[in-house]
Design a binder for this molecule. Sequence first.
Ligand SMILES: Nc1ncnc2c1ncn2[C@@H]1O[C@H](COP(=O)(O)OP(=O)(O)OP(=O)(O)O)[C@@H](O)[C@H]1O
Length: 221
Amino acid sequence: MTFEIDNVELYFKTKRILNGIYLKAETGKVTAILGSNGCGKSCLMDIIFGDLKPKYKLIRIDGKPILKQLYKTGLVKYLPQDYFVLKHLKLNFTLKLFNSHWSDFSTLFPEFGNYQTTKFKQLSGGERRIFEMFLILKSNAKIVLLDEPFNGISPLMIERIKTLIEEEKQDKIIILTDHRFDDVIDVSDTLYLLKNGATKRIQKLSELEDYEYLNKGTLLN
Ligand SMILES: Nc1ncnc2c1ncn2[C@@H]1O[C@H](COP(=O)(O)OP(=O)(O)OP(=O)(O)O)[C@@H](O)[C@H]1O
């Protein structure tokens, strides 16, 4: 499956946020978006999901235009920056709601060993993020959007999540954005930089320095 978005124009009042977007993602690949604070990455994710209506946009799946909001197609799941699981829900019940099982989760994350009946609100910030990411990545969605999946997660857990992303991308389109550029570069197959409202496809990592997303010499370290 291929996913494309282009011709996006997003304004807030007279402030232009996005105006030159083209992004193509496909099953079996992780497509990543890098960009500085406030450049419009979360807005672009919201637009793809269908939760933010720009002045104009064109989304195509396998070349065919999709005119309704993407979430209405049932093809997509979205990990936004804010938590989406209801605070009072127990973890094992929440997994059932997402057609998953406690044993699947605890096999991958044994650190959560006896948390079956723990409520979501009793988890730490990083634990909540890991749990929500598992729900999204293990879902049967064909398109997965991850907004800052590594935020607040400790290094060893990031490695495990990257492994999960690698496994799950086999039958999913995964589009993610995060400020941990080294982890993003490591896990991505296709890389875009969002700058001045437009996406630039990154073919060589040195372009990240040329476009002043990274300081010169950062990639040598
Ligand atoms: N509802 C809104 N009303 C007005 N301006 C908004 C709104 N939402 C976002 N913006 C502005 O749009 C721009 C892009 O915001 P966005 O959250 O997409 O940035 P981002 O690239 O995800 O940033 P960060 O990496 O800091 O999370 C910012 O300048 C922000 O202030």
